[in-house]
Design a protein around this ligand. Structure first.
Ligand code: ASP
Length: 388
């Protein structure tokens, strides 16, 4: 029977239910013996189920017999986070615990206006957070959406995974759950983010009664998120995505980040993937899941990420395309396979992603579909916030 984590009281401010995911068990790459066992078991199934079982069991052919190796990849704001997660991984921590410890840095950083504490609020000035996670070895997932007043939604998502039979909790009930689990309530709207919101609101309508203050303000209509994916030496994978979502969104709006299969996805037999950028584009193609499926079909992580972006483009509504079919938004996809190979892609040239492996923590360039110079002129609905 699967071991369940035990609930312990929380004693640290804004910290998390201090529960570790299952300790890394024995090495779990799909061995020849395990594959044959799956194949034998599958032989007794009806044909369609048999094919499904065999395909699902297909191990990643990462350049032949490349060994799994520890690696963490994230959006570019996760440079500090991948370093922390990698250090935890190599000392033997669970992949999800390590990745969440990595994203906690941004969640708790009041200067990062795209995630957790200090995140830019919705149109009513309320910070609403989304997050989801998946634990590859135990095939579990958790998520929260529209969570208020708790700085670490990634850990609340994990608590949903660890302590409930559900996958997602939303809104005030997600907060109630978090408080019951020992998370601490705190104001998330920093003075800087409140000022930005006031200026955004003042300039919404030129004929309202708010003075615009055009001269001293750069209005940042940003989005921003952190996605992190980790694999350890045994080939066990996990993924997490956490965000304050689109700045000044309509209250109640939920982006891709808390949607398992969109904002992040992880299959321990294949790899993990996630996304930052315009969540509405990602939700429509289930981008995290799709990227993992492309890797299952044998694509390298970078190619898989590019193929997902192509699918997003194909699914983009006309109002968001220019006359040449180029999107008026940017979005990034990050991918990591079981062998520790990684890649990322962005609609437009110029994005980077964070990686940490035996070679250290660094930013690497994303592949892209369009050159930066091809970005359509005119109003840009969404820009990606640069994290620290
Ligand atoms: N994907 C996030 C959302 O749509 C925002 C972002 O990553 O910039 O909520």
């Amino acid at each position: 029977m699967e071991r369940r984590p035990r609930v312990k009281p929380v004693d640290a401010p804004c910290l998390p239910v201090p529960v570790r995911s299952r300790p890394p068990g024995p090495a779990m790459p799909l061995s020849r013996r395990a594959f044959l066992a799956t194949a034998t078991a599958a032989a007794s199934l009806p044909l369609t189920e048999r094919l499904h079982a065999l395909r699902l069991a297909r191990p990643v052919a990462a350049g032949g017999a490349a060994p799994s190796r520890p690696c963490v990849v994230a959006s570019d704001n996760g440079l500090r986070g991948v370093r922390r997660a990698y250090d935890l991984l190599v000392r033997g921590d669970d992949t999800l615990d390590a990745a969440i410890a990595g994203v906690n840095i941004q969640e708790l950083d009041p200067e990062d206006q795209s995630v957790g504490l200090g995140g830019l609020p919705n149109a009513e000035g309320v910070v609403q957070l989304d997050a989801s996670c998946m634990h590859g070895p135990t095939r579990r997932a958790g998520a929260v959406a529209c969570l208020e007043d708790i700085a670490t939604p990634s850990l609340v998502a994990k608590a949903v995974m660890d302590y409930t039979d559900h996958v997602m909790l939303v809104g005030r009930d997600a907060k109630r759950f978090a408080l019951q689990m020992g998370f601490r309530e705190q104001p998330l709207l920093t003075e800087k983010s409140r000022q930005d919101w006031l200026r955004w609101r003042a300039r919404l309508n030129p004929s309202d009664f708010w003075l615009d203050h055009d001269e001293d303000v750069e209005i940042r209509s940003t989005t921003g998120t952190i996605n992190m994916n980790a694999v350890n030496a045994a080939g066990d994978l996990s993924s997490v995505t956490t965000t304050s979502g689109m700045a000044y969104k309509i209250p109640g709006r939920v982006g891709d980040s808390p949607i398992v299969g969109a904002g992040q996805y992880c299959d321990n037999t294949v790899g993990a993937a996630g996304s930052t950028g315009r969540g509405e584009a990602n939700i429509k193609v289930c981008g995290g899941f799709l990227t993992v499926e492309f890797m299952r079909q044998g694509l390298a992580p970078r190619q898989a990420a590019l193929r997902t972006l192509e699918r997003m483009l194909a699914m983009t509504e006309a109002r968001l395309l220019d006359a040449k079919g180029r999107p008026r938004f940017d979005i990034q996809v990050y991918a990591l396979n079981k062998a520790g190979e990684h890649g990322a892609a962005s609609m437009y040239e110029g994005s980077q992603y964070a990686v940490c492996d035996a070679g250290g923590a660094r930013l690497e360039p994303c592949a892209f579909l369009f050159r930066r110079s091809e970005y359509p002129a005119g109003p840009v609905p969404v820009q990606r916030a640069r994290g620290r």
